[in-house]
Design a protein around this ligand. Structure first.
Ligand code: HAM
Length: 419
């Protein structure tokens, strides 16, 4: 037997109503904030990710699904959406049509990670990218959209963590300061952090290994070493958050795992999930558009993991959805009844009613059992007598009440089913 690849999940029919519910909440939030949907491809040129996410990040170093196509191009299954949105923004000259664009997406992402609850090799994200504003209010709107969506889904146990990593110049200075701090502690850090000490020491701040958390406990904080513009920007973001009643925690260790960030970074964390508790995260990325070949353009965005959100919803016992029951089950006995049933089902469905008909040739008893099991609201039985008389009984399963209907009038049947 061939099984699905390690780290991927099938989303089975019984889980789908929860997905539909979540997708509807996302689209509704985006409508309220006036963000427009963009759909990008499943794979991109590999260079798009090495240039944007950064060559010394976990994603680019070890997690990308990279392959060569028949034309010997190096392609990569998208590990995230920001790079693709910015690529599309530049490629389609969106800035010429409007200097400010607000986009959202819902898409599958691919990362070769060690699978565990809430961490998969194929996962789904929804996210937004607002391109064109450098205002602190933009950072706040982005955070607000993430929190609003989680709230609409009924999640309450969510904590907002924010930090600022300053502008590019601040980061350069800070990185060298952090290196000085880490140098005497280097042999106590994990192998990955030791290896990235020269190229990207910031990574050790969000390393989850016990020894690295301990060694970086008293490391200098980015927020204490920013230029006055960046400090003012972050202060304004915090003021807005308070003004709008969004509680937050400043987390000096929050630097995020992708290199394109500048200034504000944030994460919404579930307090009911164990290990993989980050529901969504993002921040400002003021240099990325330019780095990918566009005009210098400020931007901010976030992405959230949809499987994790569903896990948190399950833990918080909110929003468990199921399919609505089928309106009508047509049980048929014999060939002729099946033909009549098909004819009736066709016109009844055309009137907007959901209708299930037995086309497996089961006994009447088995069909009734099935109607019961699927929770059908009404059942119509068509056998030889019904065909002869042109009349049949429409039964309400819950009460057992029966109404006689004429088989020649699908309108009459539909009307009765709707009652
Ligand atoms: P990220 O933090 O790498 O950010 O991913 C966003 C969210 O996707 C995470 O918070 C998590 O909920 C979910 N996620 C990530 N990896 C996995 C996985 N292997 N399995 C399940 N869920 C996962 C980004 O991707 C940025 N593009 C966000 C952004 C948008 N920044 C600015 N704009």
């Amino acid at each position: 037997m061939i099984k699905g690849p390690k780290g991927i999940r099938d989303i089975l029919p019984e889980e789908i109503p929860n997905w539909h519910h979540m997708e509807a909440c996302i689209r509704e939030t985006m409508r309220r904030f006036n963000y427009k949907e963009i759909r990008f491809p499943t794979f991109e040129e590999t260079e798009l990710f090495t240039r944007s996410i950064g060559v010394t990040t976990d994603i680019v170093e070890k997690q990308m699904y990279t392959f060569q196509d028949a034309g010997k191009r190096s392609l990569t299954l998208i590990p995230e959406g920001t790079a693709s949105v910015v690529r599309a923004y530049i490629e389609h000259g969106m800035a010429k049509k409007s200097p400010y664009v607000k986009l959202y997406y819902i898409s599958r992402m691919y990362r070769y990670e060690s699978p565990q609850a809430g961490r998969y090799r194929q996962h789904s994200q929804f996210g937004i990218e607002a391109i064109g504003s450098d205002r602190p209010a933009q950072d706040v709107e982005v955070i607000q959209i993430l929190l609003e969506t989680l709230k609409t889904l009924g999640l309450k146990q969510v904590e907002l963590k924010v930090n600022s990593i300053g502008c590019f110049d601040d980061r350069m200075k800070y990185t060298s300061m952090l290196r000085d701090y880490l140098r005497p502690r280097l042999d106590k850090l994990c192998k990955d952090c030791q290896r990235r000490f020269d190229s990207n020491p910031l990574r050790s701040l969000d390393c989850k290994k016990e020894q690295c958390i301990k060694e970086t406990e008293n490391a200098p904080r980015t927020v204490d070493h920013m230029c006055s513009d960046c400090t003012r920007h972050f202060d304004t973001v915090k003021e807005y958050l308070s003004l709008l009643g969004m509680e937050y925690i400043v987390d000096p260790r929050l630097v995020r795992g992708l290199d394109y960030y500048t200034r504000t970074v944030f994460e919404a964390v579930s307090t009911v999930l164990g290990g993989q508790d980050s529901l969504g995260g993002g921040g400002r990325y003021d240099r990325l558009v330019e780095e990918l070949g566009g005009e210098p353009t400020p931007a901010a965005g976030f992405a959230a993991g949809m499987e994790r959100i569903l896990l948190a919803m399950e833990k918080e016992k909110v929003g468990a959805k199921s399919y609505p029951p089928v309106d009508l089950f047509i049980a048929v006995l014999g060939e002729k009844a099946q033909v009549e049933g098909m004819r009736l089902a066709t016109s009844i469905r055309a009137q907007g009613i959901s209708c299930h008909m037995d086309i497996v040739g089961r006994s009447l008893k088995a069909q009734m059992r099935q109607a019961d099991k699927m929770g059908a609201r009404k059942v119509l039985i068509i056998g030889e007598d019904e065909l002869k008389n042109g009349k049949a009984q429409l039964k309400t399963l819950e009460t057992g009440a029966q109404t006689e209907v004429s088989l020649s009038s699908s309108e009459e049947i539909s009307k009765e089913v709707k009652k």
